[in-house]
Write a protein that binds this ligand. Structure first.
Ligand code: NI
Length: 431
């Protein structure tokens, strides 16, 4: 299949943050085949998409999510993380079955596609059901089985979560034309014993798989770790050897200057989840300092239960604002910084040089934005418009792996009414 985006403004997200006006972009199969000066022969047979007045950019990468938690949206709000998680979320999650997770994932995927996300990095239970939803919908995802086990000891060979995570990597890593990749996910240091984390690390090393973990999210986690282990959560995981594997660490709200150095030296990606951290009053991560020190910082929504949506344009917006406000410094975290966190940095976290960027040979994960709106015009500066004016609902087309999955309100691979029917069914059963 071939598509030709004609006469479109392109935000490349390359090194020089190049913007091309009146540009043509040819997609063939899953790849961006050619940009500009495309001879008629090469584009022959392509479906033409009129890009006049529109903006083409790489699809957004949601760096930390629990996609089936759409089922718990608007359920337990205005609570602190410990109460929210242990008293409200975990009891409902214990009642989830594969079917709930499948349809909950599709609901979240619909929302992400509609608001410009083409890839998400996820951690949850019932991971096969999530993978099936990813496969069926056409989106790209990096999935891991969130694991908890507080037991000490050396034998975790019977641990259900760990067995499922191992099985998942073997079965799904690289599936769906490479759209699905896998990681191991020790949930957090307060839900996993040191021995269990070591057992997970051992399996990750055997399979050459990366790690996805919650890190230093709250003051309680930070202070308990200091009290129990005499070191910060970052130092604790570093000493366990976890960062020897490629690691994506969500939140990092309470990290110290020394922690930032550890993250940077070990190429650990830090996921900033501004909405979730604000909503659960966890605090505000030291993102400006992490960026300054060269840490790869990416952006995520976290689950829909602590957000309460999966709209990455809101995260871009917030990330560009809160650090200016709390530090009383308008020069911190520019529009460009936030856009990088939501695209090219996400690709770096996944070890993919052909994602999060518009260049010849890159994956055709693209979004088209219609800026012909009263809340965007006039568009003096494209990056400012994207960070400060554009809404997720301004996305008019979303393409993943060279296939159009969403266009002008219509989902090409997902039956919206069917999803709503099953969500209602799950909702009635669970609550
Ligand atoms: Ni999370």
């Amino acid at each position: 299949m071939k598509y030709l985006f004609k006469d479109v403004t392109v935000l490349s997200m390359n090194e020089g943050m190049e913007i091309k006006l009146s540009c043509d972009v040819l997609v063939e199969d899953d790849i961006i085949k050619a940009i500009d000066n495309i001879s008629h022969g090469v584009a022959e047979g392509a479906t033409v998409i009129d890009g006049k007045g529109k903006l083409l950019m790489p699809g957004l990468i949601n760096g930390h999510c629990h996609v089936p938690m759409t089922l718990l949206r608007n359920y337990a709000d205005d609570l602190d993380l410990q109460t929210w998680l242990f008293e409200h979320i975990f009891p409902v999650e214990a009642r989830l079955v594969d079917d709930d997770v499948y349809w909950g994932s599709l609901l979240g995927i619909m929302e992400m596609l509609k608001t410009g996300t083409t890839c998400f990095i996820d951690m949850y239970d019932h991971i096969d059901a999530i993978a099936k939803a990813v496969d069926a919908s056409g989106i790209r995802a990096h999935l891991s089985r969130g694991m908890t086990n507080s037991n000490e000891g050396s034998d975790f060979s019977e641990d259900k979560g760990l067995l499922e995570n191992i099985e998942f990597i073997k079965r799904w890593n690289g599936a769906a034309n490479g759209r699905i990749t896998g990681a191991f996910a020790p949930h957090a240091i307060y839900t996993c014993s040191a021995d269990f984390i070591k057992a997970i690390l051992n399996e990750a090393q055997k399979l050459g798989a990366p790690i996805h973990v919650h890190l230093d999210e709250t003051r309680v986690e930070h202070e308990d770790c200091l009290k129990n282990h005499g070191k910060t959560p970052t130092k604790y995981l570093y000493d366990l050897g976890l960062f020897g594997q490629k690691t994506i660490a969500a939140h990092c709200v309470w990290i110290t200057d020394e922690d930032i150095e550890i993250l940077q030296e070990n190429n650990v990606t830090m996921v900033h989840n501004p909405t979730s951290n604000l909503k659960l009053a966890s605090g505000i991560a030291p993102v400006p300092k992490a960026i300054e020190k060269g840490v790869n910082v990416i952006l995520g929504t976290d689950g829909a239960s602590s957000n309460n949506n999966l709209n990455m344009f809101e995260e871009i917006h917030l990330a560009s604002l809160i650090h200016k406000g709390v530090n009383q410094n308008p020069l911190l975290v520019s529009a460009e910084d936030s856009l990088k966190m939501a695209t090219i940095n996400g690709a770096r976290a996944l070890g993919c040089s052909n994602l999060g960027i518009i260049k010849e040979g890159a994956k055709a994960d693209l979004i088209l934005i219609d800026p012909d709106k009263s809340h965007i015009l006039p568009m003096h500066n494209i990056m400012s418009a994207l960070a400060y004016s554009v809404q997720g609902s301004d996305v008019c087309l979303t393409m993943v792996d060279g296939k159009i999955l969403y266009e002008n309100g219509e989902f090409k691979t997902i039956d919206m009414e069917r999803v709503k029917y099953h969500i209602d069914k799950s909702f009635k059963r669970l609550f």
